[in-house]
Design a protein around this ligand. Sequence first.
Ligand SMILES: NC(=O)c1ccc[n+]([C@@H]2O[C@H](COP(=O)([O-])OP(=O)(O)OC[C@H]3O[C@@H](n4cnc5c(N)ncnc54)[C@H](O)[C@@H]3O)[C@@H](O)[C@H]2O)c1
Length: 359
Amino acid sequence: MDILTIAPILRMLLKRDSHYPIIRWAADKSTQNSDSLNIPLPKNATVDDVIRVITKAVENVACEFKYVNVQDMGVFEVIYPSTISRRVSGKIVLVTGGAQGFGLEIARALVAQGAYIVLTDINIEQAHREASDLNDAYGKNSSLAVTMDVTNSTSVRQAIAATINYYGGLDVLISNAGVLKAESVKTQPEKDFDLVTAVNYKGYYLCVRAVAPVLALQHRVDETYMSDIIQINSKSGLQGSNRNFAYAGGKFGGIGLTQSFALELIEDGIKVNSVCPGNYFDGPLWSDPENGLFVQYLRTGKVPGAKTIEDVRRAYEQKVPMKRGCRAEDVMTAIYYLIEQCYETGQAIAVTGGQVMLH
Ligand SMILES: NC(=O)c1ccc[n+]([C@@H]2O[C@H](COP(=O)([O-])OP(=O)(O)OC[C@H]3O[C@@H](n4cnc5c(N)ncnc54)[C@H](O)[C@@H]3O)[C@@H](O)[C@H]2O)c1
């Protein structure tokens, strides 16, 4: 039996006033009987044994405790979230590619609504800076930055382990990391196709493979508990994208993964859905002053007659029935819907201002 199994079980069984606590592995902590709950664990205990023993220990406890001392393993700290109830209070959310763009905006919105956020990215310096800002603004346990390359299964596994060690479980995966390399099929190098596919398509699978056992274990402990996997897809996952086939192909494939994961994982109480935003013109992908798509399209003359970045932007806004780009708050509306509802899975929700209409 290991920490990665014990901590999520403890977290589920120590629920109080409909909130789950954080369970933090406290390797060097020595405790006194007065402030800790002692759990005697039989040798070679199975998962069912552990659930049974902890259930019994929790039932019999008479006083408040700050620590749980698991025999032959060590000490876990128990931290309950603030009693102020907000939209996602106490939920542990892991965001991939969370250092900037949509991922960061999603993290900021969720932490303001009471979630604990694990900001993962290959750009760990930026993730650390952003997590530290979130902790300054919302309290020291609000956010954790962890290195994660979604194309590398070892890196993904290590990031999930770091999450469980620090927070004791996970409730929502936001699979957001994505890259775009747009080019004609006649010229795009194979390595660019491989990179886009590895991050946008295989990366989603690797993350789901690593988190699903944790989410399933939590449901096994408490069968009323449901969790969420939300993939940030794209309008290019719903209709083809000219000279952008690697991106569109991977995103279409992502919807196939979402539907298939949803069918399999609902028995574990896991809802799996995709959100398909339209173009996020205010984000760095489009608006970065050096490498953003607006600058690139101006330089390459992609929009006939455009003389300034504003001309390019306006041309793209005109393609949207609602005449503006997608914003982070539009995506958040879809994310809150997916987390709060408990009768939908396997869906792809378009958030495109009417640019893509489903049939
Ligand atoms: N920007 C848009 O217009 C738009 C529209 C629809 C959907 N999306 C989707 O939203 C998601 C986020 O896009 P964005 O525009 O915010 O992108 P972005 O480029 O601003 O941010 C992406 C983040 O992912 C990280 N990343 C890249 N490769 C990674 C890897 N291998 N492992 C972990 N992290 C990695 C980057 O370091 C970066 O922090 C993507 O899945 C994208 O396809 C974007």
